[in-house]
Design a protein around this ligand. Structure first.
Ligand SMILES: [Zn+2]
Length: 319
């Protein structure tokens, strides 16, 4: 491995290597980098791609989501022409024949099966433990059976995973099913997840999903009517490929207990973030800009409203 050099194209300018592997790094959920698109103004794609294509002495490999790039790029752009040239002249392998899919194949496989097959005959035992390898098969099967209400607690949401559910959620809402999604508020998401969260929450609300933002929420749970509950470590709306466990419970009393413990149907549950900006302790505005009023719980169970930046801002108000 110490004979392998990994870097950006810019670092390979002027040099040559026996073998060059050029990865475009483009993928679903992001806009194609202007650096790769010479039809964009001020793009240095011509120079960059020229460097990428001319450093190899013996072999040149191109790693790319070709379907996506050909769809995104102008047909006459240089990268688009390079990809077509490779498709015609080079040896071609599907990435999935070499490595596991970056996205959970189990999810896609069963998401497709969800729309095709009708029922699984064997009834799983309550309390049975699943992993990310077999969770989706049962969970999506369960979702098909929802009649009235679906609740999902997923502290984090991603464009990719949540996006796969969007059409199905829309169809469920069209059938009058109440969908509630609990997630962490935007100001508790970091980096890339924050911008993804903003997009996903906006999309969910636009199709009629009731999104409840809860501070410090860490539970990963799904409750399907009063029939099935899932609880464990898998973020249903952002899971990609990590190893996780989920336990499946059935039986009305077990499910009602989970709903009660998590205060899922309570309007004034602790942690629920409102859309009201914090007015600040003296009413002249919150020093910590952008923080919202959040429902909080005092030790004896008295509920009140406070600033979501607490303890930095001490604003509170009785409920
Ligand atoms: Zn405040």
């Amino acid at each position: 491995m110490n004979r392998v050099r990994v870097s950006t194209i810019h670092m390979f300018q002027g040099g040559e290597q026996q073998i060059i592997i050029f990865d475009s790094t483009e993928g679903i959920g992001l806009k194609t980098a202007p650096m790769l698109d010479d039809t964009k103004r001020d793009s240095d794609a011509l120079r960059v791609l020229n460097v990428a294509m001319t450093r190899a002495k013996d072999k040149l490999y191109l790693v790319a989501n070709t379907k996506r790039l050909l769809g995104e790029l102008d047909r006459e752009s240089l990268l688009s022409r390079i990809i077509r040239h490779f498709q015609q002249k080079a040896e071609y392998s599907e990435s999935e024949s070499l490595v596991d899919n970056y996205f959970t194949t189990d999810f896609e496989k069963w998401a497709d099966a969800l729309l095709a097959a009708r029922s699984v005959d064997t009834q799983p035992v309550s309390g049975e433990l699943y992993t990310e390898r077999n969770f989706w098969a049962q969970f999506l099967q369960d979702i098909r059976g929802v009649q009235q209400r679906l609740m999902i607690l997923s502290p984090f949401v991603s464009v990719n995973r949540a996006g796969t559910f969007m059409d199905y959620f829309r169809a469920m809402i069209g059938q009058g099913i109440d969908i509630r999604i609990y997630t962490r508020p935007l100001n508790q998401q970091v980096g890339e997840m924050a911008s993804q969260s903003e997009i996903v929450v906006g999309q969910l609300r636009s199709i009629g999903v009731n999104v409840i933002e809860r501070r410090n929420m860490h539970q990963k749970v799904a409750i399907l009517d009063n029939d099935v509950a899932w609880e464990g470590s898998l973020n249903i709306l952002s899971h990609r490929d990590s190893g996780e466990q989920m336990r499946r419970f059935t039986g009305q009393s077990a499910i009602e207990e989970i709903i009660r413990n998590l205060e899922l149907l309570e309007e004034h549950a602790a942690g629920v973030q409102t859309s009201e900006p914090c007015p600040g302790p003296d009413g002249t505005g919150c020093k910590y800009n952008g923080y919202l009023v959040v429902r909080r719980n005092r030790r004896r169970g008295n509920r009140f409203l406070g600033c979501s930046s607490y303890p930095r801002c001490k604003y509170t108000r009785r409920l």
